[in-house]
Design a protein around this ligand. Structure first.
Ligand code: FMN
Length: 192
């Protein structure tokens, strides 16, 4: 699968797995992805924007009302730029917000404005993940054309085992790669 030159916005939310997004971002850069990072305010409680700026040399936006560094550094500019939005880790909260079309911060507004595939990588405590509301929200997102990866079963931050563990980075890259390949072949088919 070829992700080189793909333009991806990495969305980082307030999960204990947020630090793993730094490693995910580094692996995406190694395979030639162009990256930008959109963090929720709660995401910044776990990892700072500075970590992403320094480790990935990528633009990072948290607050959509910050003075932009360029004219198109707003949610519409980013939505037009992106080939794919990858929310990893995705909290139960961002999943619920995206399900309802809530757009009350930069990342949720970007998700609503996106014309490209939006991929969610849930990471949470297993009771939150298996809660029927979260499960219903995931189904709604999928029926709306979004992609939601099934998290792994394994040891969680609480030290219990359960569903909701952030998947291995390579599995996420494979999942995203398949989506980009499918989109590309659909585009080629439609234009031929
Ligand atoms: C220590 C800690 C760890 C958390 N880990 C998770 C998590 O892994 N997944 C999740 O859905 N919520 C988790 N939460 C709760 C979210 O941070 C909370 O729902 C927050 O409002 C999410 O905001 P956001 O979606 O805007 O980032 C955690 C909260 C704390 C204090």
């Amino acid at each position: 699968m070829d992700l080189s030159n793909a333009k991806i916005v990495l969305g980082v939310t307030g999960s204990i797995a947020a630090y793993k997004a730094v490693y995910l971002g580094r692996e995406l850069l190694k395979i030639g992805v162009e990256l930008r990072v959109a963090m929720t305010e709660k995401g910044t409680k776990f990892v700072t924007p500075l970590t992403f700026r320094s480790a990935l040399s990528a633009p990072v936006v948290v607050d959509q009302f910050e003075s932009p560094t360029a004219y198109n550094m707003n949610h519409i500019g980013w939505a037009r730029w992106a080939d794919l939005i990858l929310v990893a880790p995705a909290t139960a909260n961002i999943i619920a917000k995206a399900t309802s079309g809530i757009a009350d911060d930069f990342l949720s507004t970007l998700i609503l404005a996106a014309g490209c595939p939006v991929v969610f990588i849930p990471a949470m405590n297993s009771t939150m993940y298996l809660n029927s509301l979260t499960q219903k929200n995931i189904k709604i997102l999928e029926s709306n054309g979004c992609y939601v990866m099934t998290p792994e079963y394994g040891e969680l931050a609480s030290k219990e085992s359960g569903h909701g563990r952030f998947p291995e980075i390579q599995s996420i890259i494979d999942f995203v790669g398949d989506i980009i390949v499918k989109k590309k072949s659909l585009k080629e088919k439609n234009s031929s």
